[in-house]
Write a protein that binds this ligand. Structure first.
Ligand code: ARG
Length: 418
């Protein structure tokens, strides 16, 4: 049976070998699909490689804006950090790759999609689940998961077939898009080793950052970053600008012992300057504009949201339900946040909002205070009522037990209880 497969293609060794392997093993025509998510690759070069290896068609899809608006911004609204550290940069891109693969497959009349994920990671889950939820009739082929070739074997396979594979210049396994850069392997596989200087590309070493601090003001409108340092910017420009500025101060490095979905613990190093800064600023603005009740409930929603996205369940209806809650809270999350960067560190140093719940006439210690301190007395009386009652009961029983000789029978009160 003749078949057509739409393959997610990066132009690297793995996906180049995938093209050939799909042709040989599945006798398939291969259509390659490359999303530009801001990973800073030369898209024309990627397309050239696809044609050279023999794909019958190639799609370069500029998905940066869709990625930011429909995936990254909801992540900001949800302050999405997996295990309180990782801004989900890779994870947020995968369902969009899955979606575009399905669209191309349908357009090209393909009966399968393929990707170069291994069987050990999260990315296979994210793409497979998305594709199968969007179009259950498409088969998902994951050559790297099937073939079990080592890197050396892949190179030999490629050379034997004359594939234009340049020897990889990096010892690291890297995945990047506009929201962040993931770096794995090499000496970092030992979690005791400090990440080497050459692992980083988007951030300067904190010790080499400028001696003068840097400032950045971000303005949010209903939870969405809209202006930076007083200038309106589209999402791509805004995130690129913050990546550059924060990165130049060494801000955004993350070193994470991460729990993968498949049970493996892995050492993941990230550079996510914009993500770290924007989420920190957004969280601070919520602290100013949302009530304590909203904040504490939202913290649980954020954790669940991050887990769903990390674990590949972007398509689960629960994610949309959580988004509804988050969106409702974001209507009041408008205002400005000022941050200070210094030698790899960042801090929020100021914030303001028309929706601020901070009332200086309530909090001030000066004469201007309108807070009625006398009402605190009755409040405390009731607020502590149960704690006081419990303490009284415990102390009465402790005294009773003390009077009792150990060999004597239990007091009637205790008997009654047990
Ligand atoms: N551990 C991160 C995640 O699961 C990053 C994965 C990087 N992916 C890659 N293909 N190198 O989202």
């Amino acid at each position: 049976m003749h078949r057509t497969v739409a393959l997610a293609f990066s132009g690297g060794l793995d996906t180049s070998v995938c093209v050939k392997w799909l042709q040989e093993k599945y006798d398939a025509d291969v259509v390659t699909v490359t999303l530009d998510l801001g990973q800073r690759d030369d898209m024309r070069e990627v397309e050239r490689r696809s044609r050279q290896i023999g794909a019958i068609n190639h799609y370069t899809i500029d998905a940066k804006d869709e990625f930011l608006r429909d995936y990254v911004w909801p992540g900001v609204a949800a302050n999405a950090l997996y295990e309180e550290k990782y801004p989900l940069s890779t994870a947020l891109g995968r369902p969009l790759i899955g979606k575009k693969l399905v669209e191309v497959a349908e357009k090209e009349g393909a009966d399968a999609v393929a990707h170069g994920c291994t069987g050990k990671g999260n990315d296979q889950v994210r793409i497979d689940v998305t594709v199968r939820a969007m179009n259950p009739s498409l088969q998902v082929i994951a050559p790297v998961r099937e073939w079990n070739m080592s890197r050396d074997e892949e190179i030999a396979y490629a050379q034997k077939r004359g594939l234009p594979v340049k020897p990889s210049k990096s010892i690291y396994s890297v995945d990047q898009n506009i929201w962040g850069r993931s770096i794995e392997s090499g000496p970092m596989e030992n979690p005791g080793n400090e990440p080497p200087a050459d692992a980083f590309e988007w951030t300067v070493a904190p010790e080499e950052a400028p001696d003068e601090p840097g400032y950045l003001e971000i303005e949010f409108r209903e939870g969405v970053p809209a202006r930076v340092n007083g200038r309106s910017m589209d999402p791509l420009k805004l995130v690129s600008y913050v990546n550059q500025l924060a990165g130049s101060h060494g801000v955004g490095r993350i070193d994470h012992i991460e729990d993968r979905l498949v049970g493996i613990k892995s050492r993941e190093v990230y550079e996510c300057p914009a993500a770290s800064v924007i989420i920190e600023a957004h969280r601070d603005l919520e602290q100013l504009t949302l009530t304590r009740g909203e904040l504490s409930f939202k913290a649980g929603v954020e954790k669940e949201w991050s887990w769903l996205v990390y674990s590949g369940l972007w398509m689960d209806p629960l994610r949309l339900a959580l988004d509804s809650f988050v969106d409702t809270t974001q209507r009041r999350v408008s205002g400005k946040v000022r941050l200070k960067f210094y030698k790899g560190g960042m801090r929020v140093v100021g914030r303001s909002s028309a929706n601020s719940l901070y009332r200086v006439e309530l909090s001030t210690y000066t004469k201007a205070s309108t807070f009625d301190q006398n009402s605190a007395v009755g409040f405390i009386e009731l607020w502590g009522l149960q704690s006081r009652t419990a303490a009284n009961v415990a102390s009465r029983r402790a005294k009773g037990a003390h009077r009792e000789h150990p060999e004597r029978k239990q007091s009637p009160e205790i008997k009654q209880k047990s």
